[in-house]
Design a protein. Structure first.
Length: 168
C-alpha cells in the first residue's frame, strides 16, 4: 500500500512538472505571437500589439453562442471604467463562424460593449494562438504573459484589478 501511495505521488509530481513545462512553452508561444500580431478591429482600426502603449493587454477569445463568454461581459465593462485604453487594452477576438458580423453587432448592442472587437473570420487568430476552447483570456504585461484564463473570468474582481494595477 505504501508503495502504491508513493507511486501515485510520484506520478502526480511528474504530471505537475510536465504541466509547468507545457505552461512555459505555451507562454513562450503567446509572447512570440504578441510580438508579431496585428489585428483589424470591427471599426476599421489596425492594432499592432508590439506598438500598443498600454502596459497591460488582454486578448479575450469569445463567441456569441458561448454562455460563459457572454457572462464575462459585465465584469469586462466594469473593469474598463476603471482603466483607460492606455493602461489596460482589452481586445475581444470573436470566433463565430456563421453570420459573424451580424452576431457580433447583435452581441455588442445587447451587452453595450465598448471594447474593440476583431472578427476572426477564418479562425486565423485562433489557429495562430492555438486556442482549443473558449472563453480564453491571455493577459500580457509589457508583452509577457502574466495569466492565461481558460474559463469564465471576473475581470472586475479585486484580485484582477490588483493584478492590472501592479503593472501600471
Amino acid at each position: 500500500m505504501a508503495y502504491l501511495t508513493g507511486q501515485v505521488a510520484f506520478e502526480n509530481g511528474q504530471t505537475n512538472a510536465r504541466n509547468t513545462e507545457d505552461d512555459k512553452k505555451i507562454s513562450a508561444h503567446y509572447e512570440s505571437m504578441f510580438k508579431q500580431s496585428s489585428f483589424k478591429t470591427m471599426d476599421g482600426k489596425t492594432v499592432k500589439l508590439s506598438d500598443v502603449k498600454a502596459p497591460v493587454v488582454i486578448l479575450n477569445f469569445w463567441a456569441s453562442w458561448c454562455k460563459p463568454c457572454l457572462a464575462e461581459f459585465g465584469s469586462i465593462e466594469k473593469m474598463k471604467k476603471k482603466f483607460t485604453d492606455d493602461q489596460v487594452l482589452f481586445l475581444g477576438i470573436n470566433t463565430d463562424s456563421e453570420e459573424q458580423i451580424k452576431s457580433i453587432k447583435k452581441t455588442v448592442k445587447k451587452f453595450s460593449l465598448t471594447f474593440p472587437i476583431v472578427a476572426d473570420k477564418e479562425s486565423k487568430v485562433v489557429d495562430d494562438y492555438k486556442i482549443e476552447a473558449i472563453p480564453v483570456s491571455i493577459i500580457f504585461a509589457n508583452g509577457k504573459v502574466i495569466e492565461v484564463s481558460n474559463k469564465q473570468k471576473d475581470f472586475d474582481s479585486g484580485e484582477a484589478i490588483e493584478l492590472f494595477k501592479k503593472y501600471l
